[in-house]
Design a protein around this ligand. Structure first.
Ligand SMILES: *[C@@H]1O[C@H](CO)[C@@H](O)[C@H](O)[C@H]1NC(C)=O
Ligand SMILES: *[C@@H]1O[C@H](CO)[C@@H](O)[C@H](O)[C@H]1NC(C)=O
Ligand SMILES: *[C@@H]1O[C@H](CO)[C@@H](O)[C@H](O)[C@H]1NC(C)=O
Length: 254
């Protein structure tokens, strides 16, 4: 794999002091390293010049180096500080996106070089889901849209045509993480069918998730507790009636 070099050249007296960062994968001209989730990025920092500059003069081997990640010092093992120093970022996670790694000479922090990670990932949209919603209950469908580079608002379709928001009483929201299509009161004639949410990533192409929505009959929910209470009251009343009747009956038998 081709390596790229990023330089910060500083002149002190006759000597050219600088540090270079070599990386796999390579550094782009804008100082960013393109990578993806789960991958590995390895960085090596060396004091001194790049190959196209005058040869090393020996001072480099004694130079101590410091690495920073977003301005915070990276702890390095003892043998990994002098002459050259490497840092390995693995596995790459979402939080590494935009992270800046800086290497500088311990004795002079202004002699430094930096690289920034650009971690690309698609929205996690795939597969299909069966959704069952009761008539008159809210219908809510959610799609992941968290991606780098960011995706435009996804396209929602119902039975192959773009969802008609006003006809179906739908609302769509998007917070950059989730796009949500919802209707407050499900109706079989309006809402049953096959929904698709499609987000187009400039890097990963179109990603789609399918929702097969079924609107079921409204089940009449019996208010169970009041019914039990009512039954108990009726029984007790009957029982008292019988008891009082009985006492009257027994009285008259005496
Ligand atoms: C660090 O290096 C810069 C550039 O070579 C120089 O101007 C500055 O005086 C140095 N600082 C120290 C503390 O040596
Ligand atoms: C990261 O890489 C993607 C894909 O190449 C690009 O579209 C995006 O602009 C880059 N972001 C930054 C901050 O460089
Ligand atoms: C979508 O298609 C299914 C199956 O053909 C049909 O039962 C349903 O009514 C359609 N939905 C809408 C909203 O037209």
């Amino acid at each position: 794999m081709k390596s790229w070099y990023l330089l910060v050249l500083l002149v002190s007296g006759a000597q050219t002091l600088c540090v270079t960062i070599e990386s796999v994968p390579g550094v782009g001209v804008d100082g960013t390293i393109q990578t993806e989730l789960e991958r590995t990025v390895s960085l090596v920092c060396r004091p001194g010049s790049a190959p196209d500059l005058p040869p090393r003069e020996g001072w480099e081997e004694e130079e101590e180096l410091v690495w920073l990640r977003n301005g915070a010092v990276v702890s390095l093992k003892a043998g990994n500080q002098k002459g050259s120093s490497s840092v390995c970022v693995t596995p790459i996670i979402h939080g590494d996106n935009g992270a800046t790694f800086t290497c500088h000479l311990r004795r002079n922090a202004s002699i430094q070089a930096s690289v920034t990670l650009n971690v690309t990932y698609p929205p996690t949209l795939s597969g299909s889901e069966e959704v069952s919603v009761e008539e008159a209950s809210p219908l809510v469908l959610r799609c992941d849209v968290f991606a780098n580079p960011p995706v435009m608002s996804p396209l929602w379709t119902l039975n192959g045509s773009v969802v008609d928001l006003s006809a179906g009483g739908f609302t769509v929201t998007n917070d950059g993480f989730v796009s949500q299509l919802s209707a407050s009161s499900a109706e079989r004639s309006l809402h049953e069918g096959r929904y698709q949410c499609t987000a187009d990533s400039p890097v990963y192409g179109a990603k789609t998730r399918v929702f097969q929505v079924t609107v079921t009959d409204k089940t009449t929910k019996f208010p169970l507790v009041p019914i039990i209470a009512g039954v108990v009251v009726v029984c007790l009343t009957g029982l008292f009636a019988i008891i009082s009747r009985w006492s009257r009956i027994t009285k008259c038998c005496k």
